[in-house]
Design a binder for this molecule. Sequence first.
Ligand code: SF4
Length: 279
Amino acid sequence: MSNKPQLHQSMLDLLSQCGVAFQFRYGKLFDCGPDEIIKPPTLAMAVGTATHKAIEANYRAKIKTGVLMPTDEVEDVARDDLQRIKKDEGIYLAPEERLNKDKAVNVAEQTATKLAGLHAVTLAPDVDPIDVERRFVLEMPDYPIDLSGQIDLIEAGAVIDNKTSSSTPSVNAAKTLQMAMYALAYKVDPTLGNGQLPDRVAIHALVKLKNPKAVSIDDKPTDEWLSPLMYRIERFVSIIKAAQAGHNVFVPAPATDRDWMCTRRYCPYHDRCPHWTKR
Ligand code: SF4
């Protein structure tokens, strides 16, 4: 395996949201930034990670034993993982959350527990998993980077991403760069697609409403899906090369009322960013 930096889909997303945040987080990895600042996850990210952990445990049990775990045990995994994150990684709290830190973390723990239980009784029973959290590295001989990622769930002929979100995903939610990258990883894996795209990609979303709900959005990938992905990779490489040559290419997020990213609540780098507008 090459020792080139590995490009993950979340890096493409962050670069498109805010180039400055990208440089704070990944500048050193791509040799175009002075340091690498890894901040603890936000509460929303911690909820997502803990819920993912519980879903993974449930599917691993089904792969190993043929049956899913009892729902209360799935919920326990989510609760325990939220506590682990708090203890091992810390959690980035927005200023208003810091006013009542214990309450904010407790609410997050309850949310993760509830979402994990919801998944166990709604989406999980209809899934026949063959692998979970499958890591891939796609070597890119003509590029200075390789592609990497981790597919949440694989069924026969399908790749599925588990998400937690605060709003209901649209019918086109599976037409993303992330799912295109997963479909490509499936295609080139001789033990999976062996040259064929999956028949189906899907988003399994747990929506954090007052009454949470589970939603499955399916789509059928085609080779045309891969064109925007390859274009974005080319563009990424161009930006990184320009940055390495000393050009100022990292564009800050638009600090408008409609943009959620450039706020102290969502950007963990705001306290050292010269572009932050004190929102
Ligand atoms: S404060 Fe705004 S411009 Fe600065 S890194 Fe964060 S999102 Fe980007």
